[in-house]
Design a protein around this ligand. Structure first.
Ligand code: TLP
Length: 353
């Protein structure tokens, strides 16, 4: 795929680091554009139509990031002082700078995430507030699929449907942070629509495993998207001639979805290669996709920060996620040789300590 020169960087920090493919660069350079705030960018409009159709929703909105997509969804579904139920390890809770509270005045009610990324239905049920003047009103349930911090693990259509039914019974809205929902669909061999059927809104990222340089898409009913468009404007996310980047998004949806399976196979290969040393533990759960979390045994003297630094000396970039734990994410720009080189480097570093 790419040459293995000595200056080649193996970047496993995230799939967000992916650069556009040659086909995307070509599409971007010839994109027909217009002012998207007027709804006049034909390329953005096309991306939104394709996205809505793929998700089985009425309408879609192109936004700059996954973070903004989740924030917009929460702003549209909830009022100030109202509560969102989400996992304690949800990206929206941990890594979106508290936006829903800072900018939307909402409360977050966290529920324990199970190892497989789900929240128990009973736990969700008991987090729903009764109708009582003293308490905040519960308004929204938010699921993450795949679940990043739980190991890049997918949730099934069956589980998602159950959460959707629960939300409906209690009159709550249901949003899915599907930043990597295509990984979830490909890994299970299901149409992505079956993962979002029961949701009121879903967002997915074009700029992660799908390789587009920028952008996410928020999907939902026509009336939801009309409100979302207004919220996007309030947040300064109206992007004018955004067809330049939407063009890459169209290529992402047309050409980059099915190949995500390769990333999953490489993540498995990475985890398997690391399983031979008892001083480290490479986690690749049965429902994992393109992430491997590696933890270093407590009685072994190297920290995650040190391991990151030693790997960096060898042009391998990974992210530390806890004192003794790192995350590695596979993507289009990582090939088998990169995986084998990383496995070897980690074994050598651990052996030399
Ligand atoms: N996740 C990033 C970091 O922020 C941690 C990563 O490297 O994995 N939802 C989920 C589940 C995500 O993993 C991310 C990004 C987002 C939303 C936010 O997307 P962006 O970065 O486009 O705002």
């Amino acid at each position: 795929m790419h040459e293995h020169d000595p200056n080649h960087i193996i970047d496993l920090r995230s799939d967000t680091v992916t650069k556009p493919t040659p086909a995307m660069v070509k599409a971007m350079s010839s994109a027909v554009v217009g002012d998207d705030v007027y709804g006049e960018d034909p390329t953005v409009n096309r991306l939104e139509e394709i996205s809505a159709a793929k998700m089985g929703k009425e309408a879609a909105l192109f936004v700059p990031s996954g973070t903004m997509a989740n924030l917009i969804a929460c702003l549209v579904h909830c009022n100030r002082g109202e509560e969102i139920i989400m996992g304690e390890a949800a990206h929206t809770f941990l890594f979106e700078a508290g936006g829903v509270s800072a900018l939307g005045g909402m409360m977050v009610h966290t529920v324990k995430n199970q190892e497989d990324g789900s929240m128990r239905l009973a736990d969700i049920r008991s987090a729903i507030r009764p109708d009582d003047d003293h308490q905040p009103r519960t308004r929204l349930i938010l699921l993450e699929n795949t679940h990043n911090r739980c190991g890049g693990v997918y949730l099934t259509p069956g589980y998602t449907d159950q959460v959707g039914a629960l939300a409906k019974t209690h009159g709550l809205a249901f949003h899915i942070d599907g930043a990597r929902i295509f990984n979830a669909a490909v890994a299970q061999g299901v149409d992505v629509r079956h993962l979002v059927d029961r949701s009121d809104s879903v967002t997915f990222c074009l700029s992660k495993g799908l390789c587009a340089p920028v952008g996410s898409v928020l999907c939902g009913s026509r009336s939801f998207i009309a409100e979302a468009r207004r919220a996007r404007k309030q947040l300064g996310g109206g992007m004018r001639q955004a067809g330049v980047i939407a063009a890459a998004g169209i290529v992402a949806l047309q050409e980059m979805v099915d190949r995500l399976a390769d990333d999953h196979i490489r993540a498995q290969r990475l985890a398997a290669g690391l399983q031979t040393d008892k001083r480290i533990f490479a986690s690749y759960k049965p429902n994992a996709t393109n992430m491997v979390f590696l933890s270093i045994s407590d009685d072994y003297p190297i920290t995650a920060v040190e391991l990151v630094a030693r790997l960096k000396e060898r042009n391998i970039l990974v992210g530390d996620v806890a004192e003794k734990s790192i995350r590695m994410v596979t993507h289009y720009w990582i090939d088998d040789m990169d995986i084998d080189q990383t496995v070897q480097a980690i074994h050598e570093i651990i052996a030399a300590c």
